[in-house]
Ligand binder design. Structure first.
Ligand SMILES: *Cc1c(COP(=O)(O)O)cnc(C)c1O
Length: 401
């Protein structure tokens, strides 16, 4: 009957339909838009029912640290989009990564991680996981033999982001998941930059997908949140149990914002990708620009792979200047009038960042240069403004050099 739970025929539905309708059960008020449930606890019909809920004999809401209908709707919907059995929403992207570590690792375990990951993730691994006896070895994202060489007997997790940020390198998810499984490890992929609209790591063999919902899932810079997705066993049981006990939970208000974000995810990602490809081609032809990093350009080493495992090339690019100094990069930034000078990404508003002195400012110079983040490198997270205005704004900076 119309209005019944869509789960019954979800398998037949397309991505855009799931993004708009999956995971929600209308209440007795017959509201059209999803309701928000701002409640910390729930009541029971009887003492026996309370006991049944607490023992787990009867499914249902207990307490919003681990059961909330709005949060559950977001989890169900994102799970449908990623093709995951289970999803656990968290208070931030970092809470998602921390909960995954707590749920899947123990003292003595080892992580093999791409070097090119979010800065706070490096701090989590080096300063906190290390303190509890979990060591991490870093490797180059695209060097498959380095990944294999870094795997030890106690390795449990292979961790990466693809595309990487800010150099937008592409990792081969199929090959890395085969490698992980050959050594009894789990492949954990931070899918923040692509979202399921562009890439579904679980279908390519990954075991766990992580999101910072703060970025494209919201898409309009309004709230901080995260999610972990994967099998019932790994995520529905292990990671959920961490969240239930330790409490880095998503608020129902934020879950509602992210739900609204998911409804337009595919549309926004298409528009981000179109604008970014146009900007990449324009920068590639610009006389003041030496090199553009964007997998949508045929000269990019990850072009063929991105074509294979992504539906489009993403909303992030970086570029180097002909005279590639910090002074020149800052001059370009300071001549813009429209672009936001901030390190955030995944917003309808275009942002410009100088990685060497912001996101990667605390990385030792030698290490930073080895990983390709030069003094003049600029990163653009391309938004949805008119592309002519984005180009004109950058032109102000580039023509000042
Ligand atoms: C922002 C970001 C995170 C952290 O997410 P928060 O929501 O800020 O905690 C993790 N991974 C990637 C790739 C990110 O861009």
């Amino acid at each position: 009957m119309n209005g019944d739970d869509l789960a019954a025929f979800e398998a037949e539905l397309g991505f855009d339909t799931l993004a708009i309708r999956a995971g929600y059960q209308r209440t007795h008020e017959a509201e059209h838009n999803e309701a928000i449930f701002p409640t910390s606890s729930y009541v029971y019909n009887s003492a026996a029912q309370a006991a049944a809920r607490f023992s787990g004999d009867e499914p249902g809401n207990i307490y919003s640290r681990f059961t909330n209908p709005t949060v559950r709707t977001f989890e169900n919907r994102l799970a449908a989009l990623e093709g995951a059995e289970s999803c656990v929403a968290t208070s931030s992207g970092m809470a998602a990564i921390m909960s995954t570590c707590l749920g899947l690792l123990k003292t003595g375990d080892h992580i093999v991680s791409s070097r090119a990951i979010f800065g706070s993730t490096v701090v989590l691994f080096n300063n906190y996981m290390a303190r509890f006896g979990v060591a991490t070895t870093y490797v180059d994202l695209t060097d498959l033999s380095a990944w294999e060489a870094a795997i030890q007997d106690n390795s449990k997790i292979l961790f990466l982001e693809t595309p990487s940020n800010p150099l937008v390198e592409i990792a081969d998810l199929k090959k890395l998941s085969e490698l992980a499984h050959r050594y009894d490890c789990l492949l954990v992929v931070d899918n923040c930059l692509c979202t399921p609209a562009l890439q579904k790591p679980l279908a390519l063999g990954a075991d766990v997908v992580i999101h910072s919902a703060t970025k494209y899932l919201d898409g309009q810079g309004r709230a901080v949140g995260g999610a972990v997705l994967g099998s019932k066993e790994l995520v529905g049981d292990e990671v959920y149990a961490v969240l239930r006990t330790t409490g880095p939970t998503m608020s129902p208000f934020n879950a509602w914002i992210f739900l609204k974000g998911l409804e337009t995810l595919n549309l926004r990602m298409k528009a981000h990708c179109e604008n970014t490809l146009q900007l990449a081609q324009w920068l590639d032809d610009h006389p003041a620009v030496d090199k553009v990093h964007y997998p949508g350009l045929e000269g990019h080493p990850g072009y063929a792979l991105a074509l294979q495992q992504q539906t489009a090339f993403g909303g992030l690019l970086s570029f180097e200047l002909k005279n590639n100094t910090r002074e020149n990069a800052w001059q370009v930034v300071d001549h813009t009038r429209l672009l936001s000078i901030t390190a955030n990404l995944g917003d309808v508003k275009t942002t410009i960042t100088h990685p060497a002195t912001t996101t990667h400012g605390r990385v030792p110079v030698e290490e930073r240069e080895k990983s390709g983040i030069s003094d003049g490198l600029l990163r653009i997270a391309v938004g949805l403004e008119s592309i002519a205005d984005i180009k004109n704004d950058l032109q102000r900076g580039l023509s000042s050099l």
